[in-house]
Design a protein around this ligand. Structure first.
Ligand code: BGC
Length: 384
């Protein structure tokens, strides 16, 4: 079992709290004082939500590889989108001597107990991509600019419909267009940022009648898809088509916050006679996405899905590793945002990364030239 970190590795607030209690916490004795601990002596627990989506597999692998390259021992676990499994895995990481935790939560509100356990063992916690809510014991947050993701999705929908050009100037189309709105899982803090960011762009056009949400389902609660499940999105799209488009009208665009949902939505539309492509006689609706999953990048390349938002998980892993290393060395990680992410108990210092919108024309320059996917992977729709 590796040594626990001492006070120097803790955030100031945490250290003060513990000092006020007059104790070092369960694992405080083996800490490395002001100098921090050597990477070789430290174990980092990395808890990821699921392996059903490529992005989380890539996240897990990237974080593990980069931490190992720095000399840390890594305990990487995936929780099958099951909340009790994730809680149990984190408890076990703590029992087995993790010195730092990096956690991408399934349900951001369900880990307070585990985080209390971590705090009392002097274990700094880095919240990875999804903010852990309702806990004092989140020490740092690494993510993308999630509101900007939503805005980019809203803009991509407008661009796909021809209402706006890439530079934001008015496009050739005038509408009105029928659209439907999808949101992510309500237990994921990000879902609200994505939806609010998108509505920031879309609401004015809904208000002036350029965009019509024919189902009337405009609240995030109505649009949400529990656990980001593709099948649930497909069923909701089927229901929307049956209930709101059985009068011969068509849906022109769909705001989708994640590629997995987009594929479910596209399947429902194709089954109803849309497409198969955006330039077919009865064209596929303009569907947005997120994550640049390979199956969706192929669909974009084939002219079926309109766009996605690329989040370079390699860079996110780098930030997670930088945060963990800072804690290991007894320092505070460097934040570039200390205002946006209030988890219900405190504002968590964060590092936010930028994102990029990808249409078919951007695949080469953004995804292939950067080495994220190869041309062969894009053509086959499968990662090697
Ligand atoms: C992530 C997205 C992802 C979604 C579904 C969110 O928390 O930020 O990138 O599409 O989860 O996995």
């Amino acid at each position: 079992m590796s040594k626990r970190l001492g006070f120097a590795a803790l955030s100031a607030g945490m250290a003060l709290t513990l000092a006020a209690c007059g104790g070092e916490g369960a694992g405080g004795s083996g800490g490395a004082g002001g100098e921090g601990a050597a990477a070789e002596d430290l174990t980092i627990g990395v808890s990821m939500p699921t392996q059903t989506s490529e992005r989380w597999i890539a996240d897990g692998n990237n974080v593990k590889e980069q931490l190992e390259a720095e000399g840390y021992t890594v305990d990487l676990q995936y929780a099958n989108d099951d909340i009790p499994t994730q809680s149990q895995q984190i408890d076990q990481m703590i029992t087995e001597g993790a010195d730092i935790l990096v956690v991408a939560a399934i349900d951001g509100t369900a880990l307070s107990g585990q985080l209390e356990n971590a705090a009392s063992n002097n274990i700094p916690v880095v919240s990875y991509d999804r903010l852990i809510r309702d806990s004092e014991n989140v020490d740092f947050y690494v993510t993308f600019d999630n509101f900007a993701v939503g805005q980019a999705q809203g803009n991509a929908l407008l661009q796909g419909l021809g209402l706006r050009n890439e530079d934001g100037s008015p496009g050739t189309a005038t509408g009105p267009f029928n659209i439907e709105l999808f949101a992510g899982s309500l237990d994921d803090n990000n879902a609200f940022f994505f939806f609010n960011g998108a509505m920031d762009v879309l609401q004015p056009l809904i208000d002036d009648g350029t965009l019509v949400v024919k189902s009337g389902q405009t609240s995030i609660e109505q649009a949400a898809i529990l656990r980001w499940q593709q099948e649930t999105a497909q069923r909701r799209m089927e229901d929307l088509l049956t209930s709101a488009y059985n009068d011969g009208s068509r849906v022109d665009g769909v705001l989708s916050p994640y590629d997995g949902l987009s594929r479910g939505i596209i399947t429902a539309l194709q089954n109803a006679g849309y497409g198969p492509t955006l330039d077919a006689a009865n064209p596929m609706a303009v569907v947005t996405g997120q994550d640049a999953e390979i199956a969706s990048v192929k669909l974009i390349n084939d002219g079926v899905q309109s766009s996605t938002i690329f989040k370079d998980t390699r860079l996110l892993a780098e930030q997670a590793v930088a945060a963990a290393s800072a804690f290991a060395e007894g320092n505070e990680p460097e934040a570039n945002d200390t205002e946006t992410y209030d988890n219900g108990v405190k504002v968590v210092p964060s590092y936010l990364l930028p994102v990029e919108t990808v249409f078919a024309d951007d695949i080469q320059s953004v995804l292939i030239d950067s080495g994220y996917w190869t041309a062969d992977e894009v053509a086959s729709g499968q990662s090697d």
